[in-house]
Ligand binder design. Structure first.
Ligand SMILES: [Zn+2]
Length: 318
């Protein structure tokens, strides 16, 4: 877990005796929500007698959790981002599975996963304590999966705690949201983050932190891909794959916001290096549309055609 999120962990620690049965960690991308959620899960599964010493890292509960095999913990993620895709999990000693996968791994959390989770939560805890389910990112629950999860949130099995992680809580079912205790994970103070980025030997930390809107992990990622982003910002051009399409839409959105800021006479927030613009309204509109298009870039489509279209609509404005 990242040091700036310690106060949020402490606030959960202070209420270990009256735990909510569902927690919603929400905040912008790149502030360390997932790592915080993971440490919260460890906190809940730690068996140290002194509540203040949790998570201790030493007890059976902590050791199993850290080794990734605590019997009272489950993690729900889209197959595409899971650390160990289910198909790659082999019995010990068996032959490695041949690459026979024909289906793309899902970008969504599916109803089968929620049903398995429900079956697990309805069992008694192996350790006689809590059972913890981490759902990440909660906005990627397929609609019928979200409805199935809602049943669990409405009538939580005794001793079950749900931790939901979301970058976009507005995209959750309102009924799911209202069943959770919301814990916001904000952008940490700039000085704290810059010190942390410098300790990671990040080049141009200041610039990438601006481009990341203040989110530390996002800044670290951008700095690691600096040349790709520089190229994109300097001369945006059509791309051929989905990953670069996502990047392009993000770059265009940030460039549009910077133009709008400049039209208002404000310093450009993302420091994209675009020239000053005159019409703030037009660029704000473009930035908003780009936000919607960024969601579309996840769906199968023709990246070259789509990126040419995005670039064309930007040229119309300049
Ligand atoms: Zn422990």
């Amino acid at each position: 877990m990242h040091p700036w999120n310690q106060p949020i962990l402490d606030s959960l620690k202070a209420r270990l005796d009256r735990l909510p049965h569902a927690i919603l960690l929400h905040g912008p991308r790149g502030v360390g929500k997932l790592e915080l959620a993971e440490t919260m899960a460890q906190l809940l599964l730690c068996e140290h007698k002194d509540l203040k010493a949790r998570p201790c890292g030493q007890c059976d509960g902590c050791r199993w959790y850290l080794a990734g095999n605590h019997p009272d913990f489950r993690r729900l993620e889209p197959e595409a981002i899971a650390k160990v895709p289910p198909a790659a999990e082999d019995e010990e000693g068996s032959e490695p599975a041949p690459a026979k996968r024909t289906k793309q791994p899902s970008l969504f959390i599916l109803i089968e996963q929620v049903r398995e989770l429900a079956a697990f939560l309805n069992l008694r805890s192996h350790r006689g304590a809590l059972r913890v389910a981490l759902v990440h990112p909660a906005e990627d629950l397929y609609p019928n999966a979200a409805n199935a999860l809602l049943k669990g949130l409405e009538e939580p099995p005794a001793g079950a705690v749900f931790i939901l992680v979301s970058h976009r809580p507005s995209r959750l079912l309102p009924t799911v949201r209202s069943r959770c205790v919301a814990m916001p994970v904000p952008i940490p103070p700039r000085d704290t983050v810059l010190a942390w980025l410098n300790a990671q030997k990040t080049q141009n930390a200041d610039r990438w932190l601006a481009f990341a809107g203040g989110a530390p992990l996002q800044a670290l990622e951008y700095a690691g891909e600096a040349s790709a982003w520089d190229r994109l910002l300097k001369s945006p051009s059509p791309v051929d794959d989905r990953e670069n399409l996502e990047r392009l839409a993000e770059a265009l959105q940030k460039m549009a916001y910077d133009r709008a800021f400049s039209a208002f006479g404000l310093p450009p927030k993302y420091r994209t290096g675009v020239p000053a613009a005159r019409s703030a309204r037009a660029w704000l509109g473009f930035a908003r549309r780009m936000g919607e298009d960024r969601l579309l870039t996840r769906h199968p489509l023709n990246p070259r055609l789509f990126s040419s279209e995005l670039l064309g609509s930007m040229r119309d404005l300049t």
